[in-house]
Design a protein around this ligand. Structure first.
Ligand code: GLV
Length: 343
């Protein structure tokens, strides 16, 4: 593990050569990443990598940096909209995001301009499912609240009713969005003794025989734990609002590892404050990073972690390399290993 981390943390762009011929393809990598992440790009002598900085690139800077590039390797922090495509100009051939979510990319605008779009499904499924399970348990068993209480010196003698949480055994779990990550979460939760696994979404998936497809309302009404793993689309924006929280059980634990915008956050704050639901565990929220004085951060029945679903060493390496391979393929006019569906 230590060796792997050392390799991932190796000097940034040590092999990047900047003084290359004008005819070379230029690829903007919007964030600083270890060389190993983008090895497929660095191995191509005909590609010049333009590196970004440690922080997300402000829009203005992104507009300047994309001018005349052939490819953009971006992250979910970069909004790639029409204005960015315009700023890049006709040289742009591919946008490749190092994420499974691609709601930050205007895919239709890319299609119109014949710009290929790649993303990184599959390689992050296990890591994200693992984090979802960790977050669910941390929330339902009040791990952060307990740890804080200990550090604050509030831990008295062993108490029969201290820090009681909710267990998975005999429970009903509802997964909203039974895609790759949803299925991986469900499979990991079942061995905890879950009695009923439910899921909802656009349509039933006949291949799933360990969970029942139900309406969204049924999922809300019946679940003890709700895990959100759906993609952010026009249909799922603010999917969880006051009405949905009031339909849930008062004992429900709500976990979101999808996107913050799937939730009407003000409604969630209300639901948590009024104990309309028991607790929430969030890997995603709005905005990110959330200000530390935000009401959500102050609530003891809300566990917040900083969008780390895929933050696992080997996973991030694979995401970077897949995003890089999507760029290389597009620049060679080959099919992308993982194009965004419909592109
Ligand atoms: C993370 O949120 C991703 O979309 O990869």
């Amino acid at each position: 593990m230590a060796a792997l981390f050392a390799r991932i943390s190796a000097p940034f762009y040590s092999r990047t050569v900047f003084a290359r011929a004008m005819s070379e393809a230029k690829v903007l990598v919007t964030r600083q990443v270890p060389d190993s992440f983008i090895a497929p790009l660095l191995q191509e002598t005909s590609i010049k990598v333009i590196p970004g900085g440690r922080d997300a690139m402000p829009k203005q800077k992104l507009h300047e940096m994309v001018r005349g590039v052939d490819g953009i390797l971006c992250t979910l922090c970069d909004r790639i909209d029409e204005s960015v495509l315009r700023a890049a100009g006709s040289s742009l051939k591919v946008v490749s995001t190092m994420s499974v979510g691609y709601n930050h990319i205007d895919v239709e605008a890319c299609k119109k301009q014949n710009v290929a779009v790649g993303y990184t499904p599959d390689v992050l499924t296990d890591a994200t499912a693992e984090l979802a399970v960790a977050l669910l348990l941390a929330t339902s068993r009040r791990l952060f609240e307990g740890a804080l209480s200990l550090r604050m010196g509030q831990w008295g003698s062993w108490d029969p009713t201290y820090m009681l949480g909710k267990g998975l055994k005999g429970s009903t779990v509802g997964v909203m969005g039974m895609g790759r990550i949803g299925q991986a979460v469900a499979k990991r939760l079942l061995p905890f003794g879950v009695e009923k696994m439910l899921y909802s979404g656009r349509a039933a998936k006949p291949e799933i025989d360990y969970a029942d497809f139900v309406s969204f309302e049924q999922l809300l009404e019946r679940s003890d734990f709700i895990v959100v793993t759906c993609a952010l689309t026009a249909e799922t924006t603010n999917l969880f609002s006051s009405e949905q929280f009031s339909t849930m059980k008062n004992t429900a634990v709500f976990v979101n590892v999808a996107r913050g915008e799937v939730v009407d956050q003000a409604a969630l704050v209300q639901a948590l404050k009024s104990n309309q639901i028991a607790a929430a565990g969030l890997d995603v929220m709005t905005p990110e990073p959330i200000p530390t004085n935000h009401e959500l951060v102050q609530l003891s029945n809300c566990v917040l972690v900083p969008h780390i679903g895929s933050a696992e060493e080997q996973t991030r390496l694979m995401m970077g390399q897949l995003a890089a391979r999507n760029i290389v393929a597009a620049l060679k006019q080959e099919s992308l290993p993982t194009p965004v569906p419909g592109t």
